[in-house]
Design a protein around this ligand. Structure first.
Ligand code: HEM
Length: 497
């Protein structure tokens, strides 16, 4: 009898689970939105759900398929969760800018109480995001960038010493790691006010904490997958977003530096100074706990993205010696004009900008821009039934758009000519989204460009880069990371000029 009862209970539970997991299957059909079918538990792609393949590539296949059928949108399922996929650049603009009020947030998970560092500008939403964004925006003006330039420049000197020593050892370097150390030094200096010494010291605590932040162990991968498909379940899971040692390290480092500066009345004109000003501005109405979270997101959003773009750009330059020489000529000319690497000199490096832009086209830091509907949203120009309820996930597939031959003929070819002013004007503005777009565009864009250009100018003026026998080219993407990363790193051979 007991066995029968257990079997009956198990069957009822399985049925309930099955019902729950498939209860969204008609979500798009009910709204007259073209879509992929839902496989129970899996959604539209097991590869995407389990991160077995680079999600940018899976999205590219969906995008190409939907576009070939003339769809502006496409419904897909991540597990049971309906997700609207945008496949038309005019619609991209509508969603990111015109109808921003309906699709304002990213829907990424945060928990203010248990995880104060997660309540940062990237994750928070609604009115709270709006207020914080407007307070932080003045921190990133070009005037502020100029006053921080000396800190970036100092880290570049250290990078030059580091690479010089590597050349003496044979010059076979893992560029992703070197640039990771460099941007750790830069952001630690500007956002936390400390010398991380990631380039000088192989055991730098800041660097190892940075590695731990982005590490995805198998348990965390499962928790992330649950959060993706059933966001309501995430707060009930005991696993913290950040390991406790990492969380304590960043909060302690930030607070110690704020105290030190206030006591000693030191000013460095960096992000932390600007955050202290906000803290002391009683009209800003910010709680003290909000500030370390912002320094943390500058670090997190800044260090891997900038370092990956710079090292990948160097990989492309190594495989395109003609482009590398042309860029070196520009660097030589501009540095001779300005008497070295100055803030003003960076603005004259237009071909360098083209090379960076083309790198970020082929290797965007985020394969897609996540958004979530914040207010019920009638899809413009569609059936009156095409109303997305608040909470629906939306994805703008950056990588797929960047690889669309309509905008970029022969899309897999690295060609900085695509980014001359004339060529940029010849295609839709929203066909290029490496920093996102609209009111939630990357706030650190100027800082990132300053940092990338400064380091590239130094490297090209002092060194030459070549493919390493160990390098894999064309490079492939790691499937599991949130910020795109190349499989096997970015190995290069570097020689003194
Ligand atoms: C090459 C370097 C970088 C790339 C490619 C990059 C890319 C991005 C992208 C794609 C977004 C999402 C935009 C959207 O959803 O529309 C974003 C947001 C953000 N980025 Fe960056 N980023 C870089 C560097 C930085 C740096 C250096 C910082 C800070 C110092 C930073 C801070 C942020 C923040 C705070 C957000 C959230 C903005 C908001 O929601 O208001 N990023 N970034």
């Amino acid at each position: 009898m007991a066995v029968l009862e257990i079997l009956a209970a198990a069957a009822a539970l399985t049925l309930l689970l099955y019902y729950y997991m498939t209860s969204t299957a008609d979500f798009f059909a009910k709204r007259d939105i073209p879509h992929l079918p839902q496989t129970p538990l899996v959604g539209s792609s097991l590869d995407a759900l389990l991160s077995r393949r680079f999600r940018g590539q899976v999205w590219r296949e969906w995008y190409d398929h939907a576009k070939a059928h003339g769809h502006k949108f496409y419904g897909v399922f991540v597990g049971r969760r309906p997700t609207l996929f945008v496949c038309d650049v005019d619609m991209v603009k509508t969603i990111l800018v015109k109808d921003f009020q309906h699709v304002m947030d990213r829907g990424t998970y945060y928990d203010r109480k248990r995880e104060p560092l997660s309540a940062n500008l990237f994750n928070i939403g609604g009115g709270e995001w709006k207020a914080l964004r407007s307070k932080l925006t003045p921190t990133f003006t070009s005037g502020k960038m100029k006053s921080m330039f000396y800190l970036v420049r100092a880290c570049t000197d250290e990078l030059e010493r580091y690479l010089g020593a590597e050349v003496l050892k044979g010059g076979d370097v893992e560029m992703a790691e070197v640039m990771g150390k460099f941007s750790t030094d830069v952001i630690a200096s500007c956002a936390f006010g400390v010398e991380a010494n990631a380039l000088k010291d192989p055991d730098s605590e800041f660097r190892s904490m940075g590695r731990k932040v982005v590490e995805v162990d198998p348990l965390r991968a499962i928790v992330n997958m649950v959060a993706e498909t059933m966001p309501w379940l995430r707060p009930l899971l005991p696993m913290p977003l950040l390991r406790p040692d990492v969380k304590d390290f960043f909060i302690r480092t930030f607070n110690e530096n704020v105290e030190y500066r206030e006591r000693q009345k030191v000013a460095r004109h960096d992000f932390i100074d600007l955050l202290i000003q906000l803290k002391n501005d009683k009209t800003a109405g910010l709680e003290d706990a909000v500030l370390p979270a912002q320094a943390f997101v500058f670090y997190l959003a800044g260090f891997e993205t900038s370092s990956a773009a710079t090292s990948t750009c160097l990989v492309e330059l190594a495989h395109h010696p003609d482009i590398q020489e042309r860029l070196r000529d520009e660097v030589d000319r501009v540095l001779a004009k300005h008497g070295g690497i100055t803030y003003e000199a960076l603005h004259d490096m237009t071909y360098m900008e083209q090379c960076i832009e083309e790198t970020m086209r082929l290797y965007p830091a985020l394969a897609g821009l996540p958004r979530v509907v914040t207010r019920d949203y009638q899809l413009p120009g569609e059936s009156p039934r095409a109303v997305l309820p608040a909470g629906t996930r939306v994805i703008i597939p950056t990588y797929a758009i960047h690889c669309d031959p309509e905008f970029y003929p022969d899309p897999m070819r690295f060609d900085p000519e695509r980014f001359t002013e004339e060529n940029k004007r010849s295609r839709p503005h929203y066909a290029y989204l490496p920093f996102g777009e609209g009111p939630r565009i990357c706030i650190g864009l100027r800082f990132a460009m300053m940092q990338m250009k400064t380091s590239l100018a130094m490297i090209l003026s002092s060194y030459r880069v070549f493919p390493s026998p160990k390098s894999v080219y064309p490079a492939r993407f790691e499937p599991k990371t949130f910020v795109t990363k190349l499989k096997g790193g970015n190995r290069l051979k570097i020689t003194k000029r």
